[in-house]
Design a protein around this ligand. Sequence first.
Ligand code: SF4
Length: 164
Amino acid sequence: MPLPPKNVRGKPAAGCRPGCAPGCQPADKPPLPSLARRGVNFVKASVQHVAQGRPQRPDATKLAILEQCAANECGLYRGDLKKPKCAHPDCGCNLAAKAGWADQQCPEGYWLAEQRAEQARQLAASGKTPAQVAAELGCQVQAVRIALAGGAGPNASTNLAQIP
Ligand code: SF4
């Protein structure tokens, strides 16, 4: 089994993530937005979340989202087992919290707010492929797959459908 990557002091770097290159440096991590911008983004997300009644995602969907983030296809994931973060200028949030809020979505379209996830499920039920649904909704095909998996789960189908 390969050893985890080390930073300059020989300890695992705080931003190490699955798949990052051995010998990576902390500087390889994508920079977070400024503290002020993160604060504004967090307040915006929180206001929206509270206004919508604090809807939560089922754990299975949240985990699927966190796995998608950790795959780092966007190049903006800052891996940290305790506090994974998104370095997108419109985010900077702690993903462990944000991925559980059903009204929130990925700024790059890799996972959808539940209203749009429901749209994705309806389009897929009408016979469209995930790629066609993604093109219609303007998101990544992975977001459609997460939406479909959430809709098919034993608890998720009920919970997700209840979110307005
Ligand atoms: S929320 Fe989106 S942009 Fe941010 S790390 Fe996750 S997949 Fe990437």
